[in-house]
Design a protein around this ligand. Structure first.
Ligand code: SAH
Length: 514
């Protein structure tokens, strides 16, 4: 927290057009250290996750069709917090000085002698052009770029520009907040001399995976827009450059674009799958059907650590197990050699990669990522008769492995459960609400426990009549078996139990149903 005696600084920051990757490094630094953060509806809500613990976040945009907080109130909050010695970040979509009322806010700060800094952002016109493949300038077609607004501010539905004046414009017109007035704007441009065949692009939610675009011409755009379902926020680009856009749709052409997919993994495990799906264009709804919590018997842990060197094999059955084990191991020992000369096995490649982070070589990974396959690999290929083994695991899915190692292999097995997987309650979860109303194209089940939890919570997840019915995807045979046992239709199954393969299977399945 800043000193109470000194006035804080207000940082007026451009949050860019939506995609989190398009924010500046400076903006991120300031968001991470701010005491107070003000944001509105165009700023990606995920930005809030960057704020430090205890930071105050204030929503100043519209909600439920209500008007946003009046400008003078926003300015009052900025001044008041800064005078208390707090550093305040005022986030604005795009760039703060492009149709963002940044100038007015700075004027007030100057009157009150509040120090400020301005961080530019990627404005919607530039972002839209890039993500729709439209070069804003072109040596043959356009040597001028004009930024215009359809109305002065979203609340004031008045016309501040006479578009007839731009009818003769030979360059590119980029119109912000133009969608509501587009029929009138197109009419005025034509009245001012613009050809009815001039190409027009409309791009909604540019840079996000829900981006949609419409290509038309001045004389047909009003009718095309009316039937397209496109609403604000959208950018309108007019000019010959629109017809000269890239032939490849590098962004909207990605395979999962326009698909809504539910990821069912526990919250802290969902990231990698979510990122993979999003980079392929999907909109992801994270519905954590299970949660994973540490669950350690300290006495048992102490006993096992005391005799850790007696084990000839240590077996990890999950990424979680590896993480928890090493967290605790490093607390108890300050030398990796305390692990002893044991050999290491992992149930699958993701678990093996987690072990490799500790510069430890994994001696055995079965071809198929499940406990049964691991047991078979041991029994077939390794002499484990009377060998001491340690299985690091959670509270589930360990019985088959341990039993087979003991009875078929003759090994002496100790288990070290370190975490517990349990069902979550999604009845009041915001993402569940979204699932109920909109549905999804697919629900991806990454384990039997996610399927069981889904079935238990069916009542809270009943789709509304207009919602899209999802296909159920399974990461592998065990999850498929659980789906079938519980009477759920299996839409598709991943060929191998890895996230990459699962995303490929999802893409194949969904594109087959275009
Ligand atoms: N300061 C912002 C503009 C604010 S005005 C900037 O520099 O981008 C709000 C208008 O910006 C919207 O009505 C829309 O026309 C445009 N806009 C903002 N984000 C957009 C996006 N992701 N896709 C398309 N248009 C967007």
């Amino acid at each position: 927290m800043s000193s109470q005696n000194k006035t804080g600084t207000v940082y007026l920051i451009g949050a860019g057009p939506g995609d989190l990757g398009l924010i500046t490094v400076r903006a991120r630094e300031l968001i991470e250290t701010a005491d107070v953060l003000l944001y509105d509806y165009l700023a990606n809500p995920k930005l809030l996750e960057w704020t430090r613990e205890g930071a105050e976040t204030i929503y100043v945009g519209k909600s439920n069709g209500q008007h946003s907080i009046p400008q003078d109130e926003i300015e009052e909050i900025l001044v008041n917090r800064a005078q208390k010695g707090l550093n305040v970040v005022r986030l604005k979509g795009g760039d703060p000085f492009v149709f963002g009322r940044g100038g007015e806010e700075i004027e007030q700060l100057e009157i009150d002698k509040i120090p400020f800094e301005i961080v530019p952002g990627i404005t919607a016109a530039l972002a839209t052009a890039a993500y729709a493949g439209i070069p804003l300038s072109h040596r043959d077609y356009s040597s001028a770029i004009t930024f215009l607004t359809g109305h002065e501010n979203p609340e004031k539905h008045t016309f501040s520009i006479d578009f007839k004046d731009y009818g003769q414009n030979k360059g590119t017109l980029c119109i912000y907040m133009g969608i509501g007035q587009l029929p009138r704007i197109a009419g005025e441009l034509q009245a001012g001399g613009m050809s009815g065949s001039t190409p027009v692009a409309i791009v909604q939610w540019a840079t996000l995976n829900r981006q949609r675009s419409l290509f038309s011409t001045i004389d047909t755009v009003a009718a095309d827009l009316a039937t397209s379902g496109i609403t604000a926020p959208a950018m309108v680009i007019i000019g010959e450059v629109v017809a000269n856009r890239t032939k490849t749709e590098w962004f909207e052409g990605r395979p999962l674009m326009g698909k809504r997919i539910v990821v069912t993994r526990a919250r802290d495990q969902a990231g990698q799958l979510t990122a993979l799906l999003e980079s392929n264009g999907a909109e992801v709804i994270e519905l954590p059907f299970i949660e994973v919590k540490p669950d350690v018997n300290q006495q048992q842990l102490a006993e096992i650590f005391a005799g850790i060197a007696i084990y000839e094999w240590i077996i990890f059955t999950s990424v979680n197990g590896v993480k928890s084990f090493f967290d605790m191991f490093y607390k108890a020992f300050d030398d990796i050699r305390c692990l002893g000369p044991m050999r290491i096995a992992a149930v699958g490649s993701a678990t093996a990669r987690e072990i490799a982070k500790h510069n430890l070589k994994v001696d055995l990974v079965p071809e198929k990522a499940n406990g049964d396959a691991l047991a078979t690999a041991f029994i077939k290929n390794e002499g484990i008769e009377s060998i001491q083994m340690l299985v690091v695991t959670g509270n589930q899915n360990r019985e088959v492995l341990v039993k087979r190692l003991e009875t078929e292999g003759g090994a002496i097995v100790d288990t070290l459960p370190l975490y517990k997987t349990s069902k979550t309650d999604l009845s009041n979860h915001a993402a569940a609400e979204r699932f109920r109303t909109e549905g999804a194209d697919a629900v991806l089940f990454t384990s039997s426990s996610t399927v069981k939890s889904f079935v238990d919570q069916a009542a809270a997840l009943t789709l509304e009549p207009d919602a899209t019915t999802p296909a159920f995807g399974s990461i592998g045979p065990l999850t498929t078996k659980t789906l079938k046992e519980l009477g759920l239709p299996v839409g598709f199954e991943s060929k191998h139990a890895s996230l990459d393969h699962f995303v490929n299977a999802t893409t194949e399945h969904l594109s087959a149903y275009e």
